[in-house]
Design a protein around this ligand. Structure first.
Ligand code: NDP
Ligand code: DGY
Length: 328
């Protein structure tokens, strides 16, 4: 048993699944301080909580920038984020300070791919509109062209960012009878063979796809990538899906494309900001389906993410290899 002085200080920015908390507690090496709420830690509390910490467990909603790193001070050796995305972390500054970073790739790939398929089908086949019509009495009879949408059979699907999740989405979509699977990114990938993926330039993907799916990471190159020019190249019958990060999309341009009929529909699991204000123009559109960032939201996945986050943190604190360390 270690004394309080020997324990390393760890700040956890949110109530996370018990699977992870149990691991942290049982390790017996952490003096844990937890923002014990389902809501994000206020900035001032984050700055206070992290002061002098050796380890930080954070979520994608916590902006870990120079101010937070300065508040933490030189003790901080490990940041473990309960997410695969790491665009909320000031990586240059973190690297400069020699801080190690753990994240949660792979364990959420299936859940996120599954949600992407669900969102695509809900958007393309207009499920929320249909449900609403049933509830509101708008369902008068069977009508030949009422609530028609677009199907995957015989379609061309374009995946922007064929990474872990992009490939898992493609795998799930092919059995629906997809005719061509296009993808774009920084280079052709051998693993694309499995889904008969064709590596194409971005413009080709955008203009030839019936379904454009964004599953890339958020980087300076992808920020704002889906803008007016992008939407203007899409087919007018095409459906746009984004489960990556909200700022990959210029939402004003998307609103214009959807409201003018330039593209058929959009399904978003991620927006800017999050939450999207309830008076946001996109929420007035029937052809836009918006979910509250629930890609990885299965009980099992979130539990596993919390476990991995805890194990990454402990490995970092003890100076051994993390199960999943971000190469920086
Ligand atoms: P990966 O790193 O495996 O995949 C990211 C992909 O983005 C890579 O294929 C990469 O291409 C691609 N990419 C990067 N830059 C560009 C670019 N300029 N143009 C096109 N593609 C690009 O990560 P994951 O698949 O595990 O996760 C992807 C993202 O999904 C996360 O970063 C996160 O933002 C988001 N996410 C969202 C969730 C949700 O709840 N909605 C849940 C989980 C993740 P290349 O391989 O060629 O470098
Ligand atoms: C991530 O992990 O980056 C997702 O956005 C949430 O699971």
């Amino acid at each position: 048993m270690q004394s309080a002085q020997q324990l390393v200080k760890v700040f956890v920015t949110r109530r996370i699944p018990q699977d992870g908390m149990k691991i942290l507690r049982q390790a017996g090496m952490c003096n844990l301080s937890v923002w014990d709420s389902d809501e994000p830690v206020p900035r001032a509390e984050l700055l206070k909580g992290v002061t002098g910490a050796h380890g930080l467990v954070c979520l994608l909603s916590d902006r870990i920038d120079t101010e937070v790193l300065d508040a933490a001070g030189p003790n901080l050796k490990v940041i473990s984020t309960m997410s695969v995305g790491f665009d909320h972390l000031a990586m240059d500054e973190i690297k400069k300070r020699g801080i190690r970073v753990g994240y949660t790739p792979d364990v959420l790939t299936d859940a996120t791919a599954e949600l992407t398929v669900a969102l695509l089908l809900a958007t393309a086949r207009r499920l929320p509109e249909g449900v609403q019509e049933v509830k509101s009495g708008g369902w008068s009879t069977w009508k030949p062209l009422w609530l028609c949408g677009y199907g995957l059979s015989g379609s061309t699907v374009g995946v922007l960012g064929l990474g872990r999740i992009g490939l898992a989405i493609a795998r799930r979509l092919m059995p629906f009878g997809v005719k061509r699977l296009l993808y774009t990114g920084r280079g052709a990938k051998p693993e694309a063979k499995e889904v008969e993926g064709e590596f194409v330039p971005l413009d080709t993907l955008v203009s030839e796809s019936d379904f454009v799916i964004v599953s890339c990471s958020l980087t300076p190159d992808t920020q704002g990538l889906c803008d007016k020019a992008f939407f203007s190249k899409m087919k007018s019958s095409a459906v746009f899906i984004n489960t990556s990060r909200g700022t990959v999309v210029n939402q004003e341009d998307l609103y214009e494309a959807l409201s003018s009929g330039r593209i058929a529909a959009a399904g978003l699991d991620v927006t800017t900001p999050e939450p999207l204000p309830t008076n946001h123009p996109l929420l007035t559109l029937n052809n836009c389906v918006i979910l509250p960032h629930i890609g990885s939201a299965t009980y099992a996945t979130r539990g596993t993410m919390a476990e991995l986050t805890a194990n990454n943190l402990l490995a970092g604190l003890t100076g051994v290899a993390m199960p999943t360390e971000l190469k920086i």
